[in-house]
Design a protein around this ligand. Structure first.
Ligand code: SF4
Length: 332
């Protein structure tokens, strides 16, 4: 379990992130789109109208947040957390710690949301939710449903918030040159995930790349501040979860585990919304890659087998997520 107390200022002062000189020894961290595309000063003329952090409350983004709170990087106007409503309780606890530290530093943590992904996925009258669920096809082969949930539940509410901050809510057109800087917590070991923004009203920046900080640097930095047990930010029912994470949920939060087992059963024969619309799934959905009901999976049998134990290193990060394997089954 993570330490519940925020780090003291004295302890916080003892750690220093890697220097820019160490960053220079690392591979290029410039996003590919930036290297080959339009120079930023042309795409983003003028000065940013604000500086925000996309806070997932996991290892990297929490490190960026603390660096700003400690004045090691320029401060943020606010950190924005996109809440799917179905994160582990430990992530919400980490968010509470960030709120307390941010309050002392004058950097608010704001929550944005586009609904509760679990409720929506099970409600035949709610919007259609496309999670990357595993699919057992009629011929027994395994597929994976297309993922749109990151866009719907994380990216969309974050963009909506930025538009509102800038004073141009949808469908108003944001004029050229009106933009904010949006920090994303990508560490040097994952620099290839850094991408330019797909809209002109946010300019993505990557403080950890600028500082040359790796994931292990972030872990050490957090550990020195009493935050050595930060868990990954990701929906409880995310199919990208490895057995290690599933065991963690099972062993630390019985209610969340019960909810997850129920969810796994409820989606077996397809989306309730799709079924209500007369579009049944050809095959069956599963949370677990083994295509077994989750309560029949022996999660303890895979200890020491990294491929099955581990999940995505960062969970689901709004602007640096992996897209996952291509869709192999049509999802109505
Ligand atoms: S964590 Fe998984 S289920 Fe949740 S939004 Fe991201 S990809 Fe979808």
């Amino acid at each position: 379990m993570m330490a519940s107390r925020p780090p003291s200022a004295a302890r916080a002062a003892t750690s220093r992130p890697p220097t820019r000189s160490s960053a220079r020894r690392r591979p290029s961290t410039t996003p590919a789109a930036h290297r080959s595309g339009t120079p930023r000063r042309e795409r983003y003329p003028g000065r940013p109208r604000g500086r925000f952090l996309s806070l997932g409350a996991g290892v990297q983004s929490l490190s960026v947040f603390l660096l700003a709170c400690e004045g090691r990087i320029p401060r943020f106007d606010a950190a924005l957390f996109a809440d799917t409503g179905w994160e582990p309780k430990q992530v919400y606890a980490q968010l509470d710690i960030a709120r307390r530290i941010g309050a002392r530093a004058g950097i608010p943590v704001l929550t944005v949301s586009n609904g509760n992904i679990r409720h929506d996925a099970l409600n035949p009258n709610a919007r259609f939710v496309t999670m990357p669920l595993f699919v057992k096809n009629p011929d027994g082969s395994r597929g994976m449903a297309r993922r749109q949930c990151t866009g719907d539940y994380k990216i969309r509410p974050l963009k909506k918030a930025v538009r509102e901050i800038l004073g141009y809510p949808h469908p108003l057109r944001v004029p050229r040159g009106v933009f904010v800087d949006q920090a994303i917590g990508i560490s040097t070991d994952e620099f290839h995930r850094a991408k330019d923004s797909d809209v002109n009203y946010t300019r993505n920046i990557f403080p950890l790349l600028d500082l040359g900080m790796s994931r292990s640097d972030c872990l050490a930095y957090l550990r020195e501040r009493g935050l050595g047990d930060v868990v990954k930010s990701s929906c409880i029912g995310c199919p990208y979860s490895g057995n290690s994470r599933l065991r963690f949920i099972r062993d630390t939060d019985p209610q969340a585990w019960t909810d997850l087992i129920e969810f796994d059963k409820a989606i077996r024969n397809g989306s309730p919304r799709a079924n209500a619309e007369g579009k049944p799934l050809r095959g069956q959905f599963f949370i677990h890659r083994s295509l077994l009901p989750l309560d029949e999976v022996d999660l303890d049998a895979t200890r020491g087998r990294p491929g099955i134990e581990e999940d995505d290193p960062d969970g689901c990060s709004p602007f640096s997520c992996r897209s996952g394997p291509a869709a192999t089954v049509p999802v109505p």
